[in-house]
Design a protein around this ligand. Sequence first.
Ligand code: HEC
Length: 296
Amino acid sequence: MNIRRRKNLRVIAPCFVVIAIMLGLVAYSPQLYRLLCGATGLGGTTQRANVDTVAVSRRTVTVQFDSNVAPGLPWRFEPEQRAVAVHLGEQKLVYFAAENTSDQRIVGHATFNVTPLQTGIYFNKIQCFCFIEERLDPHQRVDMPVVFFVDPALAKDPELRSIDTITLAYTFFRSANPANAKDLSRFLPNGLLFAERCTACHALETNKFGPMLEAVIGRKAGSVASYPYSPALKSAGLTWSAENLDHWLSDPQQFIPGVRMPTRVLEATSRRDIIAYLQQESSARFKRKTTEGSGS
Ligand code: HEC
């Protein structure tokens, strides 16, 4: 290789690197947008926070709620309150109601933003119920909680001194990618109890520390092939029903000695509600399986 060619190469090679990086940026721009906006609150995306101790200030702002449903999604979706006044730093719980008005199971996908856009970095959601890829059964109605606070640092931002209203808006679209959707029924009261008491170890559709509980009622005990059961549960030889689940949840180790589930649910009403949730999920799933392909 002569000197001139080597020099050319030294100029051209970095150009290729730059072009490759730019192509990469274009290809991954949605992910980058989400990363960047998630981190900075640019473009009216909000912050996700884990803090529960932020000093509460005397200044208040009004937070308004807005909702939209894109054409093609037969859902009603509305905030349950038009606006709330909050002190800066104060945590608020608000609800949005969603209802599937059709006869089909449908998955929706939500986007949200906060205006004025500059307030996005001060708007913190503590529980990020972002409502992404959510499934509603036919005519199901669910109240979805959002917990948020407005960062007291907003008061110190010279550009936002005169701001007294912030708007949080969600828009639901029909999902183009329904495969990984979550069931909005987790926000039904019985679903919340299940989430509180069981989801540390169980999910409906995957094994965690405990086996998946999809369609567990009517299922043989110890029968999920991909889960390593204790010998005691594997050989229990029973089929789960509302009745024996009640015994199981009262005290698994007394009901079947040698099993590995350490949790007990002592209150009869909580056991009843959790079993009702599993029953409702089992039958909803059975219906879904048999009508697969007809909805989305
Ligand atoms: C701390 C973890 C933990 C919690 C919390 C927990 N489980 Fe379990 N669960 C397990 C484990 C582990 C097993 C498997 C036991 C074995 O193999 O002996 C199990 C098994 C089960 C089974 C038997 C499933 C089958 O395939 O036979 C049911 C039903 C069940 N759990 C329901 C519940 C419900 C409902 C709740 C909430 C009230 C709950 N569990 C809470 C750990 C947990």
